[in-house]
Design a protein around this ligand. Structure first.
Ligand code: 5IU
Length: 276
């Protein structure tokens, strides 16, 4: 069966990258393909939201550089919550520089991302050297990388041959590149006529997911979990404001209700896709 028709458990068993395998196993164990994106500026709000949504997620997506009262204790607490609730961590860093620089940004500085984030991501715009730089840090730690093959925003330039080249770069670096941030499945994308279709399983994690809004005032565009998982074959739905609201003071009960709702919608769409 095509990868899109296989269960998360079947796919987990074939993964060689530790982060990819752990993510698929977590999805199967907790029966959730929901990743919550927590873009808030106070560490207390950040940790409270994650503690609330923890039971319903496979993965938390962070932008640690927006936390204004950041200190290293935030990472200690985040790791405690990851163990308590059994989810992985994805720092949405969107690296985009030369290999030498991204290796430093990934390993060092204030955030030391590689030391705590199971998964991170990069723009393919610099070419394959960005993967070499990041993999020199990430592979020894068992980390995984997602390439940004497409974006959810209106007018995105990541389309067509750019997306195809991103998939080709991923295919050449399977030890570290576990998949994509994209809006569709990428199986077989970018193959030339003389290339046979490889037996490949890339994870597709998809932001721009909302049930109540079509977008925001800054170019974001939303599709439903059903459109993303069932119709477009994506594997993980990434939801931010749909879960924690526009006002990050939202009460935990409201946040919990939304997390349960997106988890249920995402899982139902997956079950329908694979026919279970
Ligand atoms: N994000 C997108 N679209 C993209 C990429 C990343 O929305 O194409 I690449 C990020 C931005 C934000 C989260 O951190 O995903 C979506 O948040 P909302 O669900 O609040 O729109």
């Amino acid at each position: 069966a095509s990868v899109a028709m296989q269960t998360y458990a079947q796919r987990a068993a074939k993964q060689t990258n530790p982060a990819a395998r752990a993510l698929l196993e977590t999805i199967e164990r907790k029966r959730t393909n929901l990743c919550v994106s927590v873009d808030v500026t106070k560490q207390a709000d950040f940790l409270r939201i994650i503690d609330t949504v923890g039971p319903y997620i496979c993965l938390v997506k962070t932008h640690v550089d927006v936390i204004e009262d950041f200190d290293s204790s935030v990472i200690d607490r985040l790791q405690e919550l990851s163990a308590k609730h059994d989810f992985l961590i994805f720092e949405d860093r969107k690296f985009a520089d030369i290999g030498n620089t991204v290796a430093l940004q990934y390993s060092s500085g204030v955030y030391k991302i590689a030391s705590w984030s199971h998964i991170t991501n990069a723009h393919p715009v610099p070419g394959p050297s960005i993967i070499s730089g990041l993999s020199s840090v990430g592979v020894p730690l068992g980390r995984g990388l997602l390439l940004l093959a497409e974006m959810s925003t209106k007018g995105s330039l990541a389309t067509g041959s750019y997306t195809e080249e991103a998939v080709r770069m991923a295919r050449a670096n399977r030890d570290f590149v576990i998949g994509f941030i994209a809006q569709h499945r990428m199986d077989g994308v970018g193959l030339r006529e003389d290339e046979s279709s490889p037996d490949e399983d890339f994870l597709v994690l998809t932001p721009g997911v909302g049930l109540d809004a079509k977008g925001d005032a800054m170019g974001q565009q939303y599709r439903t979990p059903r459109e993303v998982v069932l119709e477009s074959g994506c594997d993980v739905i990434i939801v931010g404001r749909g879960v924690y609201g526009k006002d990050n003071a939202a009460d935990p009960d409201a946040v919990r209700v939304q997390a349960e709702r997106y988890r249920a919608e995402g899982w139902k769409a997956y079950q329908e896709r694979v026919g279970i």
